[in-house]
Design a protein around this ligand. Sequence first.
Ligand code: ADP
Length: 922
Amino acid sequence: MELWREILVDKAKQNRDQTVIDRPNEDELRKLTEIGRLIATSLSTDEAFEEFARLAKSLVPHDRLALAALTPDFNHVDSVFVSGIEVDQPNASQRVIIPHGRIKHQMFVDFQQYHAVDDELNELTELVDDEKYRIAAGLRSVLSTPLIWNGEPQGVMTLRSLDPKAFGLRQRMLANEIGRQIAGSVAMARQANELRRLAEEQVAIAEIGRIVSSTLVIEEVLASFVEVVRGLVPFDRVVVTAFDEDLNEVTDVLVDGLSLEQETIGISYPLPESKIQQNVILNQQTLVANNSVYQELAARSVAEVQRYNIGSRSLLMTPLVWQGRTVGTLNLRSKDPQAYGEHQRELAEQIAAQIAGAIATSKQYALLKKESVERERLSKQNDTIAEIGRIVSSTFRLQDVYSQFAEKARKLIPFDRIVIATLNPDCTIATDVLVEGEGTKNTVGKQFPVPGNVRELALRNHDPLILNEPDYSKEILPKYPLERDQMSAGLRSVMIVPLVSRGVVVGTIHFRSRENSPYNQETASVAAQIGSQIAGAVAASEQFESLRRSEKLLRTQVTVFETSADSINILRPDGSIESVNDAYLKETGYTREEALNQGPGFLRPPGQDAEYEEAWDTLSSGRSWFGVLKSVRKNGETYPVEHSVTPVFDDDGEIVRFVGIRRDVSDRLQAEEDRAARMRLDVENRELAEIARQREEFFTSVSHELRTPLTATMSFADILSRDRQGTLTGLQLEHLDVIKRNSRSLNELVEDMLDFSRLGTDRLKLDRSDVEVHALVESVVESMEPTIRAKSQQVEVVSAPVPVWINADSGRITQVISNLMANSSKYSESGSNIRVELELINDYAHIKVVDQGVGISETEQDEIFTPFFRSKREDVQIQPGTGLGLAISKTLIELHDGQIQVSSIENEGSTFAVILPVTSHK
Ligand code: ADP
């Protein structure tokens, strides 16, 4: 067994590592959707399964397909549908046991596919008997896919093939996808199976009643009894014992199956000394002992250890109780250490109820040798009861057989009117389902509140209630006014039988009679037997009807849930995840297996505890919660999610689930943020534009006011300095030069200020034309001559070997180069050299102005292009200047799609380079 676990874990690991690679392609997706639609829209599941098998085969080629549903105890699977190659198999049964700890069981625990080929299958036969028949049919590979629905295993889809290589990774992935489509349907089939099985069990139990009552010598019917019991509860040895009246001695009246060395049939021995068995006999409680519990019991009992030695591993011992007395026991033993659960205990108790009477009467009659007439009557009565069981178990639509039932019941119990009603789960509302006979009107389908109705008296304990005259008139009529109608219709007695199925009252039968005292202990006991025959069927029929109703609703809801574009998750009251839809998985990046059963903090990013707790407080107080919370995806990304979570309540107002709808709103929030930022920027830009406009207006008017007197000053200084009359002294002429020089630089300053004021407005416009750079540089050098000569500096021009054309505003480029040369002159010693170089590099004109001046420190190099920046150096500060020249130059060059760069070493000199694109057509 350990070996298989290893293989499985290994395989599960392989699956995990590899399934990520593949997704279904378009054609496959179409088929998968078709399967989903087919299964969801067709209620006639048999036809749907045929069509499903055809589609499944075209997706994953195979030779045999089997669908099986898990039984509620997880110990078996029931076959739901099989197609493909026939397997020749003796004793093939619809139901297959899944031994604990073995393959399929593990598959349902781990939710992993199981795949095996050839040799592995041979190994499998050691554990699963049936496997050898499949190998014999030539099937060489198997792929079992667990069907998971709502986070719970429902069954298994098993594909087999003659080809050992049939199920590769892609096929396994597709099988998984198919499984997801049909799991819901199998879940439905599973519930229907369960109901059908319960009904069949009721038939079998009724059959037992018939068998044992047909004779007084139980040994005569041993074989058929054993066969029917075997269909209900599995066993390897069955024993029925009978006690003497003083509970001193036990006799084995029936033994079948596994045999002991010395058989015990017919042998009498003292009551077993084991306390556990005495508990069965004295307290009339069924004993279930599996595995280790059974082992302990066997170790303490000499008799039991013999049974252990022949292989028994589980024991189910049920007392046979007749008229309050323990008359014997029904002992079932199995080699399966997990054979007996709650359901088997219930069935055994029902079988015991059927045979207790026979065991008791057979002993009594043997003793008293009663008349055969009475025997006959009792036997007929038992027959009729069994017949009733068969009738009601033959269909889920009980309304079809109610009148047949009433006819049979009339043979056993006298009545003039019979009413069967079903009860809702909390027994507050009764619905009439059968009304026959005299009295008040037909009320089939009508509902009545239970409180205030006489039937409430019968629900207190589970026994029939007899209300005969005169008690009926005296005590019941005053308390229950509704009963007056019955009285006035002449019905004077009533017997109310509660219908109890699995410990729950599911309905009532009212027998009413015109007689004064028709009902007594005997009729009550017969009525109780009838009640027990039909209670199970009533419950199953109710369940079946509501299943059919909810099935359709469920299918619609499931489709809505699955196809919703919004993520949906359903949480249990403790906040753990019960189910999620595909959109949720896509949003979060987790697989369904990873997401299910996670707690409330699953997607909570660190630091969001307070926000989550607040939402949770609102929810757990029963209110809905809407809002945006941060979530974190599997890949670690944090994103905002708009939540809408609503609690779901049961009838008592308790929270049973939370339904959460979530939407990733990062795109929406981002868009909102962007819009706000854009609006802020727009406002800022408008404000800035306004400031720039005002500034420009101011500068324009100031410079205009300055220029007029300045122009006048310059012109008159010019006229004066020409000295037409020759009357000016040398000193006066020198003074005039100073006036002219200062006026010129004042004029330049005004020009700079005008330019600066235009920075950032659209008033700085270029007047472009094709310009040859050598010519331009020559003219700049020429105009700068006086300034440079004044400091006894020399200018050297280094030309490029070819003409260099740019498309530019020649006035503006002249302004920039002049500015650079003026700076070089200003910030260099008298007598130093200035070089203007012209180069053509990769379609760019490089115009460099190189000096041997004070240079610029590295930190200051970053700042010299900002308006008003001037170096802190003293030798710079003493020179006139505004700190605007380079800022304006930079803007002008950039308007030309060019660049201006500086490189400099302090106290050694600077190089300014203007780089401009050349025109292509020259
Ligand atoms: P201004 O020359 O009117 O101060 P600029 O914008 O033309 O204004 O120059 C800004 C600053 O850059 C100058 O104050 C000076 O500190 C530095 N600078 C510019 N050119 C040179 C150069 N050729 N040599 C050294 N420093 C320079």
